[in-house]
Design a protein around this ligand. Structure first.
Ligand code: ZN
Ligand code: ZN
Length: 173
């Protein structure tokens, strides 16, 4: 949704829905949007800058990093960014002087398209490690059995082998 800044005197609240799947990039692997991204943002003029803040929510389907099973994940995030007019963008030299100040956003002209920002907020709030449950046991590296569903025989064998190797190692050192 594009917000026209000249329509805003001081602050407005805008609600909308964004189809997140439109923005998926090659690096956003394994993410399936199960619902639109719903957002309710305050758009506030601060001098020449604009602040966007408010809740961003959606539901995605992810694949578990350990057992590869699909699971749904509810994203509840809060967007809070400030954008400056493009013409005030600091030069590269200035940016190098302030490496801490990484969250710089810019808009051009009189419009802000909020969709890329709510999408980005969704992506950064996905878990770094996607797990179906905190206690997911994963799949057996030897036979491929999903260890959440059943126990295979390899695990104990591997464990014995490992402790044997460890014993050998300790003996030799
Ligand atoms: Zn899992
Ligand atoms: Zn196994």
């Amino acid at each position: 949704m594009i917000i026209k800044l000249h329509d805003i005197e001081d602050e407005i609240e805008v609600r909308g829905r964004t189809d997140g799947s439109r923005f998926l990039r090659p690096e956003d692997t394994g993410i399936v949007f199960m619902a639109p991204i719903e957002w309710a943002l305050k758009v506030r003029k601060i001098g020449r800058d604009v602040r966007l803040s408010g809740p961003v929510e959606t539901v995605v389907r992810l694949a578990c990093d350990r057992c590869l099973a699909d699971f749904t994940y509810e994203v509840k995030a809060d967007l809070d960014i400030e954008l400056a007019p493009k013409e005030s963008q600091p030069s590269e030299a200035d940016l190098e002087l302030s490496p801490d100040d990484m969250n710089l956003y810019f808009f051009e002209g009189d419009e802000i398209d909020v969709d890329p920002y709510v999408y980005e907020e969704t992506i950064v709030n996905l878990p770094f490690k996607a797990l179906c449950t905190d206690t997911c046991k994963g799949i057996c590296p030897t036979c491929g059995t999903n260890l959440n569903a059943e126990q295979c025989r390899c695990e104990t064998a591997t464990a014995t082998e490992l402790s044997e190797k460890l014993r050998q190692f300790l003996k030799e050192n």
